[in-house]
Write a protein that binds this ligand. Structure first.
Ligand code: DMJ
Length: 455
């Protein structure tokens, strides 16, 4: 018996190593395609073997997103090449209006992880320069940033934002404050977060869309779906990383309300739907694949049982189609937006659960998800999004987060047994850029981030 167990462990280990190697090989193949067809631009168009930029001028988003994954996988030459380009050739002095939420999690988050991993002071200078260009957006009556900011002029516009766009800044801004010893960044991010929480209803729920000047709710549905998701994610993760008790209080209050008003047992499965923020009454069963981040946060906060139950709901949905639809109504069983854009969330949650429990169910989930991605999204040179998970018709676009998140979480799952990556010493931003917890001393954070426990 002992021998056969030994053999089976060995066989499992070999299989896991092979999967990890396969993800690495595919990452390198995809990176080479980006370099060949899209170098210097934001994203690869894998079918036309061309590129797409988000704005009139490129911001180099794919490489900045790819760096932390290439580094983690040991592709040192490729990572160094990105670092050198960022330091020597990349200027953010561009007359373009950038979406503040997206560039925060991808560019500022990516640059800060690059600094955390490389220790290159010039990278930190770039990150600070970029954040300084973002900060004018936070100059509003509420402290919630406007939607767009011009990177050259600082002129901001867009007074209506969703909650994720309003308040997903504490981690990047906190890391920057820690390293620059200037609290202004964290204070701006925290002010925006508290501005959302302070506008909760009598029963303690928040809405989903807000006016940054008046502070009035424009959308009054409460949920944790796309458009809100990372607000909750950053409450807990930033609390863990910096030890700010204010964020801990907001998280504790919020998570109770989420379970009380949004959880919905339907057809033998656990879902989290949409409720009216004033009454708590369920108003919609429309969910998005982004919501699959939630089992990961539940796992991180120690709620493994609930995380496992929810994760099995998400795996069921994936397996219903063979990939995951972007928008789905769990009561009608219909997807109103059936695209799959190579998103990472369900894979991220399976990774957290596998690491926390060692249960092979979660390893096998990610093996299945990876095999489906290989089957439906792999192209001659890279991977691409899918227009419709019912027909598997392909789009011609590879989002930058495929490098940052999806490939990384797959690799981490399959290489978890190698113990090379110390999960407990890391926190990922919402774009999966990793930061070492041991780099952030909570006592120093109090000073550098301006955290005042008596506030
Ligand atoms: C990523 O850009 C981030 O994870 C964001 O928070 C929402 N999800 C996308 C990828 O699906």
């Amino acid at each position: 018996m002992a021998e056969s167990k030994q053999n089976s462990v060995t066989t499992d280990t070999i299989a896991a190593n092979q999967l990890a190697q396969q993800v690495k090989d595919e990452t390198l193949r995809t990176w080479k395609a980006y370099k060949k067809y899209a170098w210097g631009h934001d994203a690869l168009s894998p079918l036309s073997k061309s590129f797409k930029d988000w704005y009139a001028e490129p911001l180099y988003i794919s490489p900045i997103d790819a760096y932390s994954t290439l580094h983690l996988m040991g592709f040192d030459a490729e990572a160094k090449e990105i670092e050198a380009y960022v330091v020597d050739s990349l200027s953010f002095d561009k007359d373009i209006d950038a979406k503040i939420f997206e560039v925060n999690i991808r560019i500022l988050g990516g640059l800060l992880a690059m600094y955390d991993l490389s220790g290159n002071d010039k990278v930190l200078d770039k990150a600070r320069d970029f954040a300084d260009r973002m900060l004018p957006a936070f100059d509003t009556k509420t402290g919630i940033p406007r939607y767009w900011v011009n990177l050259k002029t600082g002129k901001a516009r867009g007074d209506t934002v969703n909650v994720a766009e309003a308040a997903t800044y504490t981690m990047e801004m906190g890391v920057l404050s820690y390293y620059t010893k200037d609290p202004k960044y964290y204070q701006a991010g925290k002010k925006a977060t508290l501005a959302i929480f302070d506008r909760r209803s009598k029963i303690g729920l928040i809405g989903d869309v807000i006016d940054v000047q008046t502070g009035e709710w424009v959308g009054r549905q409460s949920h944790l779906c796309a458009g809100v998701d990372s607000y909750y994610e950053y409450l807990y993760k930033s609390y863990l990383l910096f030890g700010d008790p204010d964020l801990g209080i907001v998280w504790d209050e919020s998570i109770k309300k989420i379970h009380q008003y949004l959880a919905d047992d339907f057809d033998g499965k656990l879902w989290y739907g949409r409720s009216d923020m004033e009454t708590g009454v369920h108003v919609s069963s429309r969910i998005t694949l982004y919501d699959a981040f939630f089992p990961a946060i539940l796992t991180l906060s120690g709620d493994i049982e609930r995380a496992g139950k929810l994760q099995s709901t998400w795996a069921w949905l994936w397996n219903k189609y063979g990939l995951e639809p972007m928008v789905y109504d769990y009561k009608t069983g219909i997807s109103t937006y059936p695209a799959y854009d190579l998103n990472p969330e369900i894979i991220e949650s399976a990774y957290y659960l596998y690491h926390a429990t060692g249960d092979s169910t979660y390893f096998n989930m990610n093996k299945k998800f990876w095999n489906d991605i290989l089957k439906y999204c792999r192209t001659e040179v890279a991977f691409t999004s899918v227009k419709n998970v019912e027909t598997m018709e392909k789009k011609d676009y590879m989002p930058t987060f495929f490098f940052a998140e999806t490939l990384k979480y797959l690799y981490l799952t399959f290489s978890d047994h190698q113990n090379k990556f110390i999960f407990d010493d890391h926190i990922f931003n919402t774009e999966a850029h990793q930061f070492k917890r041991s780099h952030f001393d909570n006592n120093l954070a109090k000073i550098r981030l301006g955290i005042n426990e008596n506030q």
